[in-house]
Design a protein around this ligand. Structure first.
Ligand code: AHR
Length: 537
């Protein structure tokens, strides 16, 4: 439990206790005692023998839109660029994303998706028609990065493509033909057109989104209307040449539970995944924070808002549970992250923001929540991979820098496809003025080799957090003789520490030395404002 105002903690604990009683085999991470404010170490029990759900690797997915400098400059520099590239895609960015094992990439939007006409982005580049990117800065889009380039990018990254189709301003036929163009191996007008454009073999397309934010930028629809539109469009998203498409319906955002209710009721049977969007916007949409210039009050608010996603996911999931108790329909959090003011002097429509230690804590906290809710959440896509919003990578011409958020994804990649282990954790209050949240965020998993990974965040920037980890359960390495603990830590001196092109290593993981085994338990001291990975084997 984290990011909650602790005055709201007890109903949640009670709710979880009730849930655990109802579904005795469902291991839930829970807080057992009221938050301890001061004093001894916080106890965290990890039930190493009780895992049920796998942490789908796609929880570590990404989202990249035709927005600002994400696709153009971030990924695509063109074949004639002096920046080292493979068929126009920059090599340094591909290598960096390889390292963190990017599992899935969502494209081309976002709001852009419902304005995008895919046929403008195929064929000889110099002949492709231009368009105006009306959502993002009103800039001219030359369509040089289209379907072939995106599929090539995914092949270079070794990740699954997730394409979002145009419902808002596109036709059913256009959507149907896009899927045929990409996935059909036989003779057909679309498959032949693909071959004419240089790709003989059909691609595999595992994920397809039927529109984006259709309650807003994707057509301002009511849920009843969209539910019918979804049913109609998805009918023509065919399974060509044995390619099974996992169909993702546009889901809700924030507190808007009505959308989830209507979609599950009216279209649930035709949905494989229902999306959910949540952005952490300290200061609010009208008075957003600066990414770099902020104080502890802003830090606290950011952690509190980021932690709210657990409560929101719970609300939407409980509606899904009513219609789909077997959890067949996945929750797909295909946009999440921090949203601040753009960097001074940059195009306001480009959403370019710096990324500090604060963002690293938001990422660590959020990914711990997703891990713990992996029974329902089976994909998440941080917004956005390069140069936009809570980015992992910043580029400036030939230069590239990895952000603190990137390093969290690097540390957390060990959870990909591992078995989520239930946890029972005490907590520790982080108080700011008259508000408080829990300082500790934690999740744990065991991989196929039996190695246990625990990721912990101390959200409190002023106090270190001592923890005692008890590993319980038959499959625990503690029961099989000796075991060892090692780890990594990501922290910095200042709240707003960040990496720049001149100082790219200001925030980076270090070996964690403050963990040891004492009387069969692991004792660790989490530094203030830190993300820690423990490796237990
Ligand atoms: O990620 C930026 C924008 O945020 C996306 O285009 C849209 O879906 C959301 O509102």
């Amino acid at each position: 439990m984290e990011g909650f105002n602790t005055s709201r903690l007890w109903p949640v604990v009670l709710g979880l206790t009730l849930l655990t009683t109802l579904y005795a085999d469902y291991p839930e991470t829970r807080t057992t005692k009221p938050d301890i404010q001061e004093g001894g170490p916080v106890q965290v029990v990890i039930f190493a023998g009780s895992g049920v759900y796998k942490i789908n690797k796609n929880i570590y997915g990404h989202f990249s839109e035709h927005l600002g400098r994400c696709i153009y400059e971030g990924f695509w520099v063109g074949e004639n660029s002096s920046i080292p590239n493979t068929r126009g895609i920059r090599n340094d960015v591909v290598a960096a994303l390889h390292r963190i094992k990017i599992p899935v990439l969502r494209w081309p939007g976002g709001c852009f998706a419902d304005t995008y006409h895919w046929k403008d982005g195929i064929g000889p580049r110099e002949k492709r028609p231009a368009m105006v990117n009306t959502h993002w800065g009103g800039v001219t889009e030359n369509n040089h990065f289209g379907t072939h380039e995106f599929m090539d990018l995914c092949e270079q990254l070794g990740c699954a493509p997730y394409i979002c189709g145009n419902v808002g301003s596109g036709t059913v036929q256009e959507m149907a033909e896009w899927v045929e163009y990409i996935t059909f191996d036989g003779q057909s007008p679309m498959a032949d057109l693909r071959r004419k454009n240089g790709r003989e073999k059909a691609w595999k397309l595992p994920f397809f989104g039927v529109g984006n934010e259709n309650w807003g930028c994707g057509g301002s629809m009511r849920p009843e209307y969209y539910a019918d539109v979804y049913r109609r469009y998805q009918t023509y998203v065919r399974k060509w040449s044995g390619n099974h498409v996992f169909k993702i319906a546009c889901g809700s955002y924030d507190e808007n539970v009505d959308w989830t209710e209507v979609l599950m009721r009216e279209a649930g049977r035709a949905i494989n995944g229902l999306s959910f969007h949540y952005y952490t916007v300290p200061g609010g949409w009208r008075d957003k924070n600066s990414a770099i210039k902020f104080d502890e009050g802003d830090w606290f608010e950011t952690m509190k808002l980021a932690g709210r996603i657990e409560e929101l996911v719970g609300k939407h999931a409980s509606i899904m549970d009513r219609y789909d108790p077997e959890k067949r329909v996945a929750m797909i959090v295909d946009e999440w992250g921090t949203w601040y003011k753009v960097e001074p002097g940059t195009n306001p429509g480009f959403l370019y923001q710096q990324n500090t230690l604060r963002d690293a804590l938001v990422a660590g906290l959020t990914l711990n929540i997703f891990n713990r809710h992996c029974d329902r959440i089976r994909m998440a896509n941080i917004a956005q991979t390069v140069n936009v919003l809570q980015t992992l990578i910043l580029t400036d011409k030939e230069k590239m820098v990895m952000t603190p958020t990137y390093h969290v994804f690097d540390l957390y990649k060990v959870h990909q496809d591992a078995l989520m282990l239930p946890i029972e954790a005490e907590s520790r209050v982080y108080r700011y003025k008259d508000e408080e949240i829990s300082a500790l965020s934690v999740s744990a998993s065991r991989n196929e080799e039996g190695i246990i990974h625990v990721t912990l965040c101390n959200l409190n920037p002023g106090k270190s957090l001592p923890v005692i980890l008890k590993i319980e359960g038959e499959k625990s390495p503690a029961f099989e003789g000796t075991f060892s603990v090692s780890g990594w830590v990501l922290t910095a001196e200042t709240l707003n520490a960040h990496n720049t092109f001149d100082n790219p290593q200001a925030v980076k993981p270090d070996v964690f030395k403050d963990a040891s085994i004492e009387k069969g338990n692991i004792e660790a001291e989490l530094p203030p404002k830190s993300v820690v990975l423990l490796v237990i084997k």
